[in-house]
Design a protein around this ligand. Structure first.
Ligand SMILES: NC(=O)C1=CN([C@@H]2O[C@H](COP(=O)(O)OP(=O)(O)OC[C@H]3O[C@@H](n4cnc5c(N)ncnc54)[C@H](OP(=O)(O)O)[C@@H]3O)[C@@H](O)[C@H]2O)C=CC1
Ligand SMILES: CC[C@H]1OC(C)=C(O)C1=O
Length: 331
């Protein structure tokens, strides 16, 4: 609610019908390291918005492995300066718009991955905060049928899944093997391959307790990696999507002329690795599938983690056992 000019404090700026404070609560680290470098602060400066940006009041955020890899200092060469507020995935409400913003307005419910390049100059002030500033082009309107936690779980993972399938030239009638089908990205690759791209066959790997999940997401074949090695099976695939760092084994099961997409770790011919580029246009394109439930957000049942338990959320994600996405909600 906009404070009357007489009562508006010096630290508040009335914007439209929304009052934005100058300081906020956020999780911050000022040195690289394990979860214990994460500190909760109540007086982090609310980011200013550039002309092409909006300020989002964060309702929910989601964690990604790139958050903890970055915090461990694995991408220092191209990282933004410390201190860092981590967090790429956000879902929330627009409270302020920059002068060049064209299609978003105060009050819009939005979601997105706030860093266009995940490793090359990611945002210093991320989504594990009460407010975050994001370029309009990185956001989409939140699907009405998804709550904020579900929406926050999607952006980086679904954009990675979609971009990887596009780069691999995946198309209707092709077969695909997803290495790590139960994780944040793989659980969406299975769904996209089946529901959006029209796969002829989807196979995926996970451990014993997650095989039914893989089938529920659309996998025709669920391979228990604790009992058999996919590379020892007779099947070959048009595309192998490696979301676990098995790129050198993945190339053994791709057909002649097929594609091997690698998200992490070593790559062997004919495999290729890429780093996701955030864009709201992919979310807008997939919104109809999300609205009607053809594509589903997969949230780890140990969450959502409330804002004051972010350290616990990261510790859980870093076990490498998360199913789908680890979400922080409410913020
Ligand atoms: N290049 C890029 O742009 C991007 C890269 N990435 C990277 O891709 C990888 C996956 O990301 P994300 O999906 O978020 O990861 P998650 O943390 O969600 O993956 C967790 C899952 O990994 C599964 N898993 C662990 N070991 C194996 C194995 N040997 N075989 C099959 N599944 C296994 C676990 O299942 P179980 O308990 O059954 O073992 C668990 O469900 C990460 O390394 C991430 O950094 C992610 C996004 C973008
Ligand atoms: C080089 C892959 C790197 O980029 C992202 C976004 C990750 O999660 C990674 O591991």
């Amino acid at each position: 609610v906009c404070a009357s000019s007489s009562s508006r404090s010096a630290t508040e700026t009335a914007v439209g019908s929304t009052t934005v404070p100058s300081e906020m609560k956020a999780w911050v680290y000022n040195e690289y390291g394990g979860v214990d470098v994460l500190k909760f602060s109540s007086n982090v400066t609310v980011p200013e918005v550039n002309d092409d940006q909006v300020l989002v009041k964060v309702v929910a955020a989601a964690l990604n492995p790139v958050d903890f890899k970055r915090r461990l200092g694995k991408f220092q060469a191209t990282d933004s300066a410390l201190p860092t507020v981590p967090g790429y995935d956000v879902a929330g409400v627009v409270v302020k718009v920059g002068s060049q913003v064209k299609s978003l307005k105060v009050g819009d419910e939005v979601y997105g991955d706030i860093s266009e390049k995940a490793l090359d100059g990611p945002k210093q002030s991320g989504s594990l905060a009460e407010y975050t500033a994001v370029e309009e082009k990185l956001l989409a309107l939140k699907p009405k049928s998804l709550d904020f936690a579900q929406a926050a779980s999607l952006p980086l993972a679904i954009e990675t899944a979609y971009e990887g399938l596009e780069r691999a030239g995946f198309s209707k009638g092709k077969s695909i093997l997803v290495l790590n089908g139960a994780g944040g990205v793989g659980s969406l690759v299975i769904q996209l391959a089946k529901q959006v791209f029209g796969a002829s066959k989807v196979a995926a790997t996970a451990s014993t307790s997650k095989l039914e999940l893989l089938k529920s997401l659309g996998a025709d074949l669920a391979i228990d990696y604790t009992k058999e090695n996919f590379e020892d099976l007779p099947d070959k695939y048009d595309v192998v999507f490696d979301a676990i760092g098995q790129g050198e084994k993945a190339v053994k099961v791709v057909v002649e002329g097929g594609s091997v997409v690698v998200l992490t770790g070593a790559v062997a011919e004919p495999g290729f690795r890429f780093v996701v580029t955030s864009t709201g246009s992919t979310l807008t394109k997939l919104n109809p599938y999300l609205e009607d439930g053809k594509l589903k957000a997969v949230l780890d049942p140990n969450g959502p983690f409330p804002f004051d338990r972010v350290k616990e959320a990261f510790a859980y994600l870093e076990t490498g056992r998360a199913t789908g996405k680890v979400v922080v909600y409410p913020v």
